[in-house]
Write a protein that binds this ligand. Structure first.
Ligand code: SAM
Length: 303
């Protein structure tokens, strides 16, 4: 069962904006009860459509979305040196190109409505989904900022030995309004330390190819999600594209990596939506596993 911390409305900005948004989602008449709340994070065990429809338009600073890639096709991959099914769950099954594209069209439109004009949206994917998302983004008039290659230096080997070993994912970073000015924390990204990334030297500009290993065992100590993202990937994204006080939304929360990264960086407000209860429970365990003092560490104090 969820241990719900009592949610308190905090006076003052920018907490006020966050509290106004969640007061709207959680309004007694809408009957959407949060699964987990703390002063700076809220998780809903709901379909993203229910929650996003209740968020006022132009209110969210940044959205990270890791939508189902729709790649669960009964194939096989290699896991820890053994053959393992690629299937992630019913939520990841493809319904064909037209229906999958319609799915991306719907959630991207819902995100567009709630983003501020200068707000940005990140989407992760592989070739199974990322081109459909890119097409939809163009159709919906987003402005492209970057496409990032996330290279996984420890990606699983290819079992069939008939083609190249898949070892990257793509991240699209786009802005809602072509004319608005988005936020980019250039100095922190150029001068920060990223020891996990063998391609990045301190003091030089970060390029659009990021080398980040898949999540370490340590990151799965409270349970596993089949498509969990590395914490360092999300910390980097949030550090680069948000500032203290910003409101961050993840409509496909999964194991809550985005919320965890917000908590590690500190001074960010987080709204997560996840349809599967077991993943909400995992998120809660992960959020509660951060020891006092872990969050908002000194390294990020001025970010
Ligand atoms: C690719 S995973 C996200 C993984 C996450 N980034 C992490 O690091 O753990 C996608 C998640 O979206 C959830 N999901 C699928 N359809 C959904 C919907 N309509 N509304 C909310 N969540 C949904 C799935 O249950 C799954 O956990």
């Amino acid at each position: 069962m969820s241990t719900r911390e009592p949610f308190q409305v905090i006076e003052g900005m920018p907490e006020k904006a966050f509290n106004r948004i969640i007061a709207g989602i959680t309004h007694p008449r809408t009957a959407l009860k949060p699964f987990y709340t703390s002063e700076q994070a809220i998780i809903y065990n709901e379909d993203y459509r229910e929650v996003l429809a209740r968020i006022p338009e132009n209110t969210i600073d940044m959205i990270f979305a890791d939508p189902p890639y729709k790649l669960s096709n009964n194939g096989f991959t290699c896991h820890n040196g053994r053959m393992a099914p690629v299937n992630k769950g019913a939520w990841d099954t493809s319904k064909g190109v037209a229906e999958d594209t319609a799915f991306h069209e719907a959630w991207i439109a819902a995100c567009r409505r709630v983003l501020k004009p200068e707000g940005t949206l990140w989407i992760s994917g592989t070739y199974h989904s990322i081109y459909q998302c890119g097409y939809v983004l163009q159709k919906q008039h987003f402005h492209f900022l970057n496409d990032i290659i996330w290279f996984k230096p420890n990606g699983s080997p290819n079992l069939s030995c008939r083609f190249f070993t898949a070892s990257h994912e793509t991240l699209l970073w786009v802005r809602k309004d072509k004319k608005a000015k988005h936020y980019f924390n250039y100095q922190a990204i150029k001068n920060g330390e990223f020891p996990e990334d063998k391609l990045k030297n301190q003091g030089v500009q970060m390029r659009s190819v990021w080398s980040i290993p898949t999540p370490a065992k340590e990151e799965k100590k409270t349970g596993k999600h089949p498509t969990q993202k590395p914490l360092s990937l999300l910390t980097r994204i949030i550090l680069a594209s948000t500032k203290p006080g910003d409101i961050i939304l993840d409509p496909f929360n999964g194991s809550g990596t985005t919320g965890l990264a917000c908590r590690m960086l500190g001074q960010r407000f987080y709204i997560g939506v996840e349809i599967e209860r077991e993943f909400c429970e995992l998120t809660e365990r992960r959020l509660c596993s951060i020891l006092p003092g872990d969050e908002g560490g000194e390294a990020y104090a001025t970010q």
